[in-house]
Design a protein around this ligand. Sequence first.
Ligand code: ADP
Length: 734
Amino acid sequence: MTLRRKTILITTITLIGLILLLYLTLRVLILQSYIGLEQQTMLRNLNRAGNSLQDAIERLQWAISDWAAWDDTYAFVQGDSAEYIEANLMDDTFWALKVNLMMFVNAASEVVYAKMVDVDDAEQTRLLAAFEETARDDKRFLNLTTGTPIAGFMVVGGEPMIVVSHPIMRSDESGPQAGTLIWARHLNQQELAAISTSLRLSIALFDTAYSDLPTDVTLAQQSLSSASPQIVNIMDDNTVGGYALLTDIYDNPALILRASQGREIYWQGQAALTYFLIALVVIGIVFGVGTLLLVDWLVLRRLTRLNDHVRQIGINDDFSMRLLVEGRDELAQLGIAINAVLGAVAHSRAALQELNVELEQRVAARTTQLEHQKSQLQTIMDAMGEGLVYCVDGRIQYVNDAFIDMLDYPVRDLVGMSFGALTTHPHQMGPARRYETALVRQDGTTVSVAVTSMPVDVFDDHERCVIIVRDITQELKAKAQKEYFYARASHDLRSPLTSIMTRLYLLEKKPEQLETHLKILNRTSDRMLQLVNDLLDVSRANQNALVLKRRDLVLQTIIDEVVEIQQADAEQRNTCLMLEQDETPLHVNVDPLRINQVITNLVSNAIQYTPEGGTIIVRLETGEDNGTKHAIVRVSDSGIGISRENIDHIFEPFFRVDGNQENGSGLGLYIVNEIVQLHAGKISVESEVGKGTTFSVYLALNDACPDDTDDTAKASSASSTHSPENVADKSPVQ
Ligand code: ADP
C-alpha cells in the first residue's frame, strides 16, 4: 500500500473515529441535559396543575366559609328559614360558585338539604346518593369531632371530587355549631379539560383504587409514594408524562394526577444533535481534506519525488546520479543522507568492479589451469591400459575408456550402476584391497580381471573409492601356456631319452646289432638335439632374446641351399621337390641362418605331410604388401592339408594336428612365425584338406642394395631336382 493511501486511510479512520466519539459523547451529554430540562419542565407543569387544583380547593374553602358562617344558613339548617332554598340554592348559584354539590347536615348528623348539579342527570343522582352515604356517618368530615373545616380531594362513587366542609355558625362566627355545610366539586372530564385549557397542559386524574388504569399510570403508581410523590416518565416518543400522588382528606393516597406534554424539548435536543453531527462531518471533511492536501503537498509529493529519483538511479544502475535536495527539513536531510550513501556505494562499486575484474582474471587463469590439468588427467586415465572406476557408496560415477572397452557397455548405462553388480564375486567397500574376479559384459560373457580398490578420504558421509581393473585374460592364458609348455617339453624330452636308454640296454644285451643300435641312437640324439634347439628358440623368442645377424644377401642362395638339402628327404619319401624362381637376384637384408631355418622347416613339413607321389613346389616371387615391394617364398604341397579349425592354431607352440604327431614337436611353425616377424615380414597359410597346403613368407626387398654378383644364386631351372644324399646335412638352427 502506498504512503498516500495509508495517509488517506489513517486520516479518514481518525476523522470518522473522532466524529463518532464526539457524536456519541455529545449525544449522551446533550440529550441528557435536554431530557433533564424536559423533566424539569414537566415537573414544573405538574406543579402548576397541582397548584391549579389547590387554588380551586382554596377558592371553595373561602366561599364555603362565607356561606357556613352566615345567620341564614344557621337558621336554615335548624329549619327556621324555608325561603333560604329559593333565595340561595338556585342552579346558577352552583355554576357561579363552581360547586356541583351542596349538602346541609344538622348537628344531629341529618341531611337537612342536599342538591347536586351536574352535566349528566343520571350521574348526578348516583353521585348524590353515594355522597350522602359517605358523609352521613363521618363525624370528622362533618367537623363534629374537631370543629374545624376540612378541604381536599375525595373519591366518591368512583369519581374524583374536591370536597370542603365547614361548621355552620352564626355570622359573627359564634356558636354553638348548628351543623355542617359540605360542598363538592366534581372533577369530571369537562372540568379537567377546562383546567387543561387554562394551563395549556393536558391533565387527567385517576382513582388509585381503580383496577383498570392505563399502563403508564400503573407503572407510575408503582414508583409513587409519600416519600416520592412526583415522578416523570416517558410515555412514548412524542409524549412525556408527570405523575403526582394526591391524598384525600384523610391523607390517604387517593388520586394520581397525570400531566402530559409533547416532547418538543427532547426533539429539540435531537435536532440540535443532528445539526451538530452534520456540522461535525462537514468540518471533519474540510479539515481532513485540508490536512491531506497539506500532508500531500508538504510531505508525500516530496517523498514520491525522492522515491522516483532513487528508483531511477536503481533502473539506470548509475550511482553517480544525485538527488535534488529542497528545503531544510527531515526530508531534505534524508535526501542529503541518500546522496552520501550513493557516493559511498559508487565508490565501493568501483572498488568492487576492480576486484571483480581481478578475481575474474584469476578465476579464468585458474580455470584454464584446472581444465588443462583435467584434460591431462583425462588423457592419462583414457590412455591407461587398466580400467579406472570411481565409485561413491558403491555406485559408479566415472569410468575411463579402457573400462568401457573391457565391458562393452555404454557409459550412460555404467554410470549409476553398482560396481558389485558387474563382478562375479561380491565387491566390498572399505580399506584398500586387491583381488581377482571376473566382470560380466553386457552380452553375458565374462572377462577375468585383477581389481585394486582404494578408498578416497573426503571425510563426509559417503564412501568413495577408486578402483583399478586390469584385464588378466592374457596373463592367465600365458600362465596356462607356460604350464602346458613345461609339461609338453618335459614329456617330449623324456621320449627320446627313454629311447636312448632302451637302445643302450639293447647294446649291452645284443652287441652284435651294434650298427643298428648306433643308427637309432644317432637319429634319436638328432631328434633330441633338434627338440632342445627348438625349445631354446622358443625360450629366446618368449624373452625377446632372438637376435638377428642380418646382412644383405640374395635370397635365392638360401632357397637353393635348402632345396638341395631337402631333396634327399623328398626322394626318400617318394615325393617330388621342385624349385621355381627367377634368375633375377632378389636382395634382402636378413639373418641367413634364421631364414634358412624358416624355409627348411616349411619344406620339411611339406615333405612330411605329403604322401608318396606327391609334389612339393618351392616358388620365389616378388609382390607388393602394404605398398612395399616384397620377396615372397611360397612352399606348396599336394599333401593332407589342414582343416579350417586347425589352421588358426598352427602357429601356436606345441600345436600339432591330431594324428600327425609322429615326428614333430609342434614348435617349428611357432619359431618360423617369430623369426619372420622379427624380420618385419609376414607369413600366411592357405590349405584345403586332402588337396594340399601353401605357406607364403613375405620378406622386404632391399632395393638399395647393389647387385652382389658373388652372392647371386645360381638360377635354378623351373623344376630342378636335388640329390637325396644331402638330407643328412640338414642341421638345426643354432
Ligand atoms: P612339427 O614339428 O610337429 O611339424 P610344426 O610346428 O612344424 O610342428 O607344425 C605344426 C603342425 O602343423 C604339424 O604337426 C602338422 O600337423 C601341421 N602342418 C605343418 N605343415 C603342414 C603341411 N605342409 N601340411 C599339413 N600339415 C602341416
